[in-house]
Design a protein around this ligand. Structure first.
Ligand SMILES: *Cc1c(COP(=O)(O)O)cnc(C)c1O
Length: 431
């Protein structure tokens, strides 16, 4: 018999929901053990159904940049809900949110709102194919762009071979239009363009990849990627669902634009933070690309709940808070302090640990150096990660339950929370 409410709920959940969860990583399969069922959250904390408090470094996998229950956000959401949950007709708030986002991301002239990152990435792909009239897409091993068929693909055995589905239910015929390359590998990129450049509709990339923990695209790699896309008429799609409004106010593209003269992606995809915890995502581009979208153009895309009035209220209130001067400087300093503290604690414990952060996003690896690609991420010490994860959880610190996931700090994390987390880490590193 399960001895805890979490275990009892997990039993009940498994009877009615496959694996007991509505998104696989929540099941703790990678690290083992029983997932915690969350009852409520406030500020930097999660409280499970047993009343245990955790310092939250997942933040709903990114959206909760202000922490939980921010007063201005709550107020906006409640007021919007009173005015109606959904209309299926245009609203002023959608226009305001679009204007707000476009002001902060100069590479886009227009955007469309959707309800999830998966939907946004899938739509961006269709738009890229429709705008170029080409079929082939390129992605990188370790990057996640949601679960659209064409994106659940791994590399074939060589550049000339077709991609293979990573999920049952994805036809080989769909996977063969996706080329999967190694992240940060300039030679592989050049070879792929040399071989099939004229067929490539777009290259989709997580510029800082948070779905293999935390791996940056190197500046020379990004620069070459931009050049090759331009040379071959392929569109560069930045999947900033995680990094958008999280690593910097202008997203990861603002960081690359500062380092590479004239740099801009062709299409950008956002989610997570722009919804502030409600189902909301977006994709956008220059006007000449967006004009291909229905009702103006021939690329069809639609959504019953797209631009939902409550979700847009939540997103707008969140964006207005993070636009405050100094917001990202404070959040970055806080995140850096945590990462520096982690490195020091590991060094003192004699444990190899590499860590990196940008804005309110960070990652750490039990490895001698920061990985540059998926293979290197997978070569880091997963057994130690699992021990560390559980030792932290037991000490009230909730990290992502898999070593290939990024972690997040919110504006609600206090210095005291950071110090408590580092104290937990010092003990957990000895486990
Ligand atoms: C989370 C994520 C997605 C998918 O977003 P959902 O809202 O979960 O569908 C796509 N791309 C990246 C980079 C993500 O981190």
């Amino acid at each position: 018999m399960p001895s805890s409410r979490n275990a009892a709920l997990f039993d009940r959940a498994q009877a009615v929901i496959p694996g007991g969860v509505n998104s696989p990583v929540r099941a703790f399969r990678a690290v083992g053990g029983t997932p915690r069922f969350i009852h409520r959250a406030q500020g930097a904390y999660l409280f499970d159904v047993e009343g245990t408090r955790f310092i939250d470094y997942i933040g709903s996998w990114g959206p909760m940049i202000l922490g939980h229950g921010h007063p201005a956000v709550l107020e906006a959401v409640v007021a919007a809900a009173r005015d109606g949950l959904s209309f299926g007709a245009p609203t002023e708030r959608e226009v305001e949110l679009a204007e707000e986002i476009l002001q902060l991301v100069p590479s886009m002239d227009q955007l469309r709102l959707v309800s999830s990152g998966t939907e946004a990435a899938m739509s961006a792909l269709r738009l890229a194919r429709g705008a170029t009239g080409r079929k082939l897409i390129v992605k990188f091993e370790g990057c996640y762009h949601g679960h659209a068929d064409a994106l659940l693909v791994k590399a074939g055995s060589g550049l000339a071979t077709f991609g293979h589905p990573t999920s049952a239910g994805v036809p080989e015929e769909v996977a063969r239009h996706t080329v999967v390359l190694e992240y940060n590998n300039v030679e592989a990129l050049e070879a792929a363009f040399a071989l099939r450049g004229e067929q490539i509709a777009c290259v989709m990339i997580e510029p800082i990849c948070g779905n293999m923990n935390f791996v940056r695209a190197s500046v020379p790699f990004m620069k070459r990627l931009r050049e090759l896309c331009t040379e071959h008429g392929s569109l560069l799609v930045f999947d900033e669902v995680m990094t958008g409004f999280r690593v910097a106010l202008g997203g990861a593209q603002s960081l690359y634009a500062a380092l590479i003269p004239g740099f801009a992606p062709d299409i950008s995809v956002f989610g997570k933070v722009i919804g502030g915890g409600m189902p909301l995502a977006a994709f956008g581009a220059r006007r000449d690309v967006m004009r291909h979208l229905a009702p103006l153009g021939a690329v069809y895309q639609a959504g019953t709940l797209s631009g939902n009035p409550v979700a847009t209220a939540c997103g707008l209130a969140t964006l207005r808070e993070i636009r405050r001067p100094g917001f990202f400087e404070e959040l970055s300093a806080c995140t850096q302090a945590l990462v520096t503290g982690l490195r020091t604690a590991a060094a003192e414990a004699g444990v190899p640990l590499a860590a990196d952060s940008e804005g309110g996003m960070f990652g750490f690896f039990f490895a001698e150096a920061l990985p540059q690609n998926y293979g290197q991420v997978m070569a880091s010490d997963s057994a130690r990660f699992n021990r560390f994860f559980h030792a932290m959880l037991a000490r009230g610190v909730y990290l992502a339950p898999a070593m290939y996931e990024a972690c997040f700090v919110s504006a609600a994390h206090s210095d005291q929370d950071l110090q408590a987390s580092l104290e937990a880490a010092r003990a957990a590193l000895r486990c």
